[in-house]
Structures are given as C-alpha cells and as structure tokens.
Design a protein around this ligand. Structure first.
Ligand SMILES: Cc1cc2nc3c(=O)[nH]c(=O)nc-3n(C[C@H](O)[C@H](O)[C@H](O)COP(=O)(O)OP(=O)(O)OC[C@H]3O[C@@H](n4cnc5c(N)ncnc54)[C@H](O)[C@@H]3O)c2cc1C
Length: 289
C-alpha cells in the first residue's frame, strides 16, 4: 500500500489522476473495512493535510466546513451547535470521543451507509457539497452524493472539498434522533432529521423531513412536510392531527430491510415516531431562536 499526503486540492487531483487511489479523511470507516478484507486499492490519499479540507468558517451567512474536519471540532463549536443543534447531535452520535477526533462529515457522507447519522440532518439543512476533480469543480446537494449502500455519484478522481450550509433564519431550527439496539456505539435502525420554520404564532411555515436507515439512501418525506405547513407546533394547542399525519406519511415513505437489528414492521413504525419527536423538538428550538 502507498500512502500519499497532498497539501493542496490541486496536488490531490494530480495524484488521483496520475496514480489513482482512494481518498480518506479520518479512516474510521476505511480501516475497519481494510481489516475485514475489503480491497480498497493500493494507493491511499490522505485529505487531512490539505488546509481547506479541515477549515471551518462562516462566510457571509454560510458555514463553510472542510469535508475532512473532525466531527469533534464541530460538536465542540458553540456557534455551530447553536445554528444546527440537530446536525451537531447527529455528528456527535458517531462512535465515541476517540472516533470523533478523526471522523468527518465527508467520510460519513461518502461511505454511503444508509444509517450514517449526520446525513439526514445535512439533507434537511440543504447542505451543499463542493466537489473537486480532474474535470473541474462543481457544487451539488448533499442528497445527490450517495446513490446506494457504499455507492456515490462522485466520478473517478473526484472528492468533496467542503460543505456549504446556510445559516438558519430566525424562527428556524433542526433536530435529529435515532434508535439503535444498544445505547452506545451502534448503528441506527432508523434516523430522522427535521427542520422547522415557525411564524411568531408558532405556526409552521416550512418543514423539511428526512429519514435514514429505512431505504438504500436518505429519504425525503414530502407528504409529511406538506401536512405540517400551517399547523401549530408549539404551545398548548399543538395540532396533533398534523403530527399524526406527518408520522403516517413518514412510515409510508419507508422501504427498509428486515434484519436481526430491526424488522421492517419495527423500522416502519419507529420512523413515524421519530419524525413526530424531531418535529416537536425542532419546533421548540425554532420558537426559541
Ligand atoms: C467504533 C465505530 C463506531 C461508529 N459509529 C458510527 C455511528 O454511530 N454513526 C455513524 O454514522 N457512523 C459511525 N461510524 C462510522 C464512521 O466513524 C463514520 O462514517 C465517519 O464519519 C467516517 O468518517 P471518516 O473521515 O473516518 O471516513 P473515512 O474512513 O476516511 O472514509 C470513509 C469513506 O468515504 C470516502 N471519503 C472520505 N472523505 C471523502 C471526501 N472528502 N470525498 C470523497 N470521499 C471521501 C473514503 O474514500 C471512504 O470510502 C463508526 C465507526 C467506528 C469505527
């Protein structure tokens, strides 16, 4: 195996073009895969030595997050947590403190596990991936990157440089919750992300809902989003009928696998429960923002 450590995006593209190889960031997915015997090729290209890949800043009203940034740098950033409490929670569920000192949003997305914990929350926050490669740069929505378990839409030599996530406006916030068989160090049976915008009366003006681990890729739930708009989501007279309808739409949107960690029936039911819980949590946060 050859280890390459470019220090610029351009150098990484040249190395990948001339020598091929696989990029990695924290290697918290890559190393277990190697140990399990998966053939990942002979050339490994470390993205963490490229300054832009671990840079985090707010530019105008947009967070720019280097794709190889350790997730611990995000979950320990109070401004990031205040803007995206749901995404920070999802990123903070990855593995352990040790894993999170290495794990990245780019790796979580591009490993393309259906159960990746940061992805539903990135999707509801309409995160964009800035992609570099031999054909030039392009910016695509995060939802377009995974195409199936372990598969992405990235071409040969392409990698994610950074994420762009617009800061939420006043009255808007997010939430992410998951269910796992064990309380720690386990993979989601179902994950749900919600982002809710409220007017000053606590009535929902916009909703974005995404589910993880219930289909080959993250599933948006437009049926749930539609029934929530116009519903009162905070205060004494919360619109329970709208929440029930959103939960039913979420369950209907599932296409999960049946395995020893969760049956189809259980995952389908839990998807509805988690959508209701995350909508309530996101709405409460939105009302305080
Ligand atoms: C003990 C343990 C517990 C875990 N628990 C969880 C959990 O609870 N939830 C969860 O979601 N995950 C979990 N994971 C999985 C893993 O930690 C995460 O998916 C992590 O975010 C991967 O990031 P990384 O930087 O380490 O990725 P890497 O291992 O470096 O890369 C993963 C994949 O993404 C590709 N890649 C990496 N960066 C880029 C990029 N910038 N552009 C294009 N492709 C790229 C690599 O080629 C590789 O295919 C766990 C892992 C371990 C070891």
């Amino acid at each position: 195996m050859r280890y390459l450590a470019p220090t610029s995006v351009g150098e990484a593209i040249t190395m990948l073009t001339e020598q091929g190889g696989r990029v990695f960031a924290g290697a918290t997915d890559v190393i277990p895969q190697m140990r399990a015997g998966r053939d990942l090729g002979e050339v490994m290209v470390d993205l963490k030595k490229i300054g832009r890949l671990t840079n985090v800043e707010v530019r105008g009203d947009t967070w720019i997050i280097g794709a190889a940034t350790p997730t611990s740098a995000l979950t320990s950033n109070p401004d990031f947590v205040a803007d995206f409490p749901g995404l920070a929670h999802g990123a903070g569920l990855i593995g352990s403190d040790q894993v999170q000192s290495r794990s990245s949003l780019g790796g979580n997305l591009c490993n393309a596990s259906p159960g990746a914990d940061s992805v539903p929350a990135m999707v509801v926050n309409q995160a964009r991936a800035v992609v570099a490669g031999p054909g030039g740069g392009r910016t695509i929505s995060v939802a377009e990157v995974p195409t199936g378990p372990g598969q992405t839409s990235l071409g040969d030599g392409e990698f994610v440089v950074e994420f762009e996530i617009d800061r939420p406006a006043a009255g808007t916030s997010d939430a992410y919750q998951r269910v796992t068989p064990r309380t720690e160090m386990d993979i989601a049976i179902v994950g749900a992300g919600s982002r809710i915008s409220l007017d000053s009366d606590g009535v929902c003006t916009s909703a974005t809902i995404a589910l993880g681990a219930v289909a080959p890729t993250v599933v948006r739930v437009p049926g749930a989003e539609a029934v929530l708009v116009g519903a009162k989501l905070v205060g004494d007279d919360v619109d329970q009928a709208a929440l029930d309808a959103a939960a039913a739409a979420a369950s209907a949107a599932c296409n999960p696998i049946d395995d020893m960690r969760g049956t189809i029936a259980y995952r389908t039911h839990v998807a509805g429960v988690l959508v209701e819980r995350t909508v309530i949590e996101a709405a409460r946060r939105a009302s305080e923002r």
